[in-house]
Write a protein that binds this ligand. Structure first.
Ligand code: SF4
Length: 338
């Protein structure tokens, strides 16, 4: 029986753990937080089918019950040491021996207050998609002034594809998240006008394009090609934006009641810390560097160290699960060589 330590108990970590335990390995998950499933706990429902996040959590809780996986919550990796082919991993006063390690530290949302001109954490009616998910859960859509918003803008590409923020990559899932959230807003607030400001719409997966069409045809959501350059607040608490409709070439000014910023995905701060402890390389963007883009996404630069999920690159939950399964397969192949 081989020992595997998985760092991170989000969906990627849990799925990898289940796959590896199923193959008869002894698996330990080390999670910093007080509960598993990471950001999924904060999400109300998922694209493209509006499945409730809690259903997926319940599925994984049941899945975990089938295996004897050790789960160490509120724990961080303090130290990692090479031991021949394997590793010793220290957390608190416990030492784990591992034949292989899987890093599944996940992502965090870009801190939208870094884009000062968009007013996040300056104006109360500017929120992010993460804040909006909590509002869906609470069924609370009132503005800071206690009014039902008449007009809401969803702003794409906040902190992604942006040289100034040093994030040149596309975060891949925020376009479809924006479309999903616009539809949800429209369901909760049928009288409210909803507009999406985008640079390009990246509807890459099955059903995404359909969702986009539905947003326009069934929910009357307006899509405007243009980057919002500035947000300001009026004396009544309403917001004004400056942008340009890049299809017609016309500058635009508009008054709104609420703005939802689609913040991009970045690696978690502790990913760099973990990468250093295990001597694995990171891309310039901070994501972990795979050995091969095509055939070895989960294999890292150090022998016996693997990665799963959004610490490799932005991906959807569906892709995270697929990626975790593929990484588990790569770990198994590696363990067979020992
Ligand atoms: S997925 Fe869309 S919103 Fe997100 S970074 Fe890419 S183009 Fe921008």
């Amino acid at each position: 029986m081989k020992n595997i330590v998985i760092i991170g108990g989000g969906i990627a970590g849990v799925e990898t753990a289940c796959m590896l335990a199923q193959n008869g390995n002894r698996v330990t998950i080390i999670e910093r937080d007080s509960k598993l499933f990471g950001k999924l706990n904060n999400w109300y429902c998922l694209f493209p089918d509006f499945k409730k996040s809690e259903e997926l959590i319940e599925f994984y809780q049941n899945r975990l019950e089938k295996f004897d996986i050790e789960i160490k919550l509120n724990s961080a990796v303090d130290k990692a040491e090479r031991d021949g082919e394997g590793w010793f991993i220290y957390t608190g006063n416990v030492r784990y021996a591992a034949d292989a390690v899987v890093i599944a530290t996940g992502y965090e949302l870009f801190d939208a207050s870094r884009k000062e001109e968009l007013g996040y954490k300056i104006y109360d009616n500017v929120i992010t998609q993460g804040d909006l998910e909590q509002r869906f859960k609470d069924k609370n859509f009132l503005t800071a002034q206690g009014k039902t918003p008449e007009k809401i803008a969803v702003v794409h590409c906040v902190g992604s594809r942006d040289e100034k923020c040093h994030n040149l990559y596309c975060s891949k899932v925020c376009c479809v998240t924006g479309v999903k959230q616009a539809i949800e807003l429209s369901k909760f607030l049928p009288e409210t006008q909803i507009l999406c400001f985008y640079m390009d719409l990246r509807m890459y997966d099955k059903f995404f394009e359909e969702l986009y069409r539905k947003a326009q045809e069934h929910y009357n959501i307006q899509f405007i090609r243009g980057r919002v350059s500035e947000v300001s607040e009026n004396s009544d608490g309403r917001l004004s934006i400056k942008t340009e409709d890049t299809l017609s070439g016309r500058p635009m000014k508009m008054k709104l009641d609420m703005i939802v910023l689609l913040a991009g995905m970045e690696t978690k701060k502790n990913t760099t810390e973990i990468a250093k402890k295990f001597g694995v390389e990171q891309e310039e963007s901070g994501f972990l560097k795979s050995k091969d883009f095509h055939i070895g996404a989960g294999i890292l630069s150090e022998k016996g160290i693997f990665a799963a999920g959004t610490c490799i690159s932005p991906m959807s939950i569906k892709e995270t699960i697929e990626n975790a399964r593929s990484t588990a397969q790569q770990v198994n192949e590696y363990l067979n060589t020992l």
